[in-house]
Design a protein around this ligand. Structure first.
Ligand SMILES: [Zn+2]
Length: 278
């Protein structure tokens, strides 16, 4: 009798241990729905760069333009992310996180570029490739030519359709999305184009840019209103990005006004660290 009791006790203990181990495995694999572990993040910093040029070009031609940064500084920031085990994601992966379809650790960032300058392709892409990083470049549709001009550090150029197609094929980690078809200008001092657009014009703009296969949008200058949000939603865009107020994107962020963190020409590894230590 005693032996039987002992056997039952041992069997129960074994069962408890097995259940515990199994649970541990489950948590470790970590990505199961409704089982968010404490290592999963509830916010993601979305960093935005604008034009990035070589150090000498920055110094000589754009010393006072805070939205033209140096590619060397960018390179150092990417190196920091790589060496500190950060994971980079695309806007569509961010969307899946946003709707609760997947979890990411606290070491997750989304890297974006605005305006579609050809430096994204000629200068930033090789750095991203080196670290196997993902990033998204937001392009203005009306600037997209068939062929991207050859790189000349003294000339301004934009990403063309040839590059979009080639990169989508050869390095899908680099994605292209919408920065409007043609809303990236001022109609007069301090008045962005979006301020004067009717619902019909906003819809035409959103539809025209879908020809490039874009599924998300970053508002030019981060400026948006109720009308544009409604139009994008109706036209099937997954989400849209703004700037202010500066801060992290969360699952509570407005789906058509997701905040991004603007990095200007003074940004460096310390700036990144400030945002990453939360
Ligand atoms: Zn822009």
């Amino acid at each position: 009798m005693r032996r039987v009791k002992k056997f039952i006790f041992m069997a129960c203990m074994l069962l408890v241990i097995l259940v515990a181990l199994n649970n541990k495995n489950y948590n470790f694999s970590g990505r199961a729905m409704n089982n968010i572990s404490k290592n999963d993040t509830d916010k993601i910093p979305i960093f935005t760069f604008h034009r990035l040029v070589p150090e000498d070009v920055k110094r000589e031609k754009y010393p006072n333009n805070q939205w033209v940064g140096s590619i060397d500084a960018f390179s150092k920031m990417m190196k920091y992310l790589y060496e500190n085990d950060y994971e980079t994601i695309t806007t569509e992966e961010f969307y899946e996180w946003y709707i609760g379809k997947r979890e990411y650790s606290k070491k997750t960032v989304l890297i974006t570029f605005d305006d579609g300058f050809y430096e994204d392709y000629y200068l930033a892409l090789p750095i991203l490739k080196k670290y196997n990083f993902k990033a998204t470049s937001f392009l203005v549709g009306s600037r997209i030519a068939g062929i991207t001009r050859p790189y000349d550090k003294n000339k301004t150029g934009y990403i063309g359709l040839d590059v979009i197609n080639e990169v989508r094929e050869s390095y899908p980690n680099m994605q292209f999305q919408s920065h409007s078809y043609n809303m990236h200008y001022y109609v007069k001092k301090r008045t962005h184009r979006i301020k004067t657009m009717s619902q019909k014009e906003l819809r035409q703009d959103a539809i025209r840019n879908k020809q490039f296969g874009f599924t998300t949008m970053a508002y030019p200058y981060g400026d948006y209103n109720k009308k544009v949000k409604k139009v994008l939603k109706e036209e099937g865009y997954l989400m849209a990005f703004r700037f202010a107020p500066y801060g992290y994107a969360t699952r509570k962020s407005d789906r058509f006004a997701i905040p991004r963190i603007k990095l200007n020409d003074k940004a460096n590894v310390d700036t990144l660290k400030k945002w990453l230590n939360y």
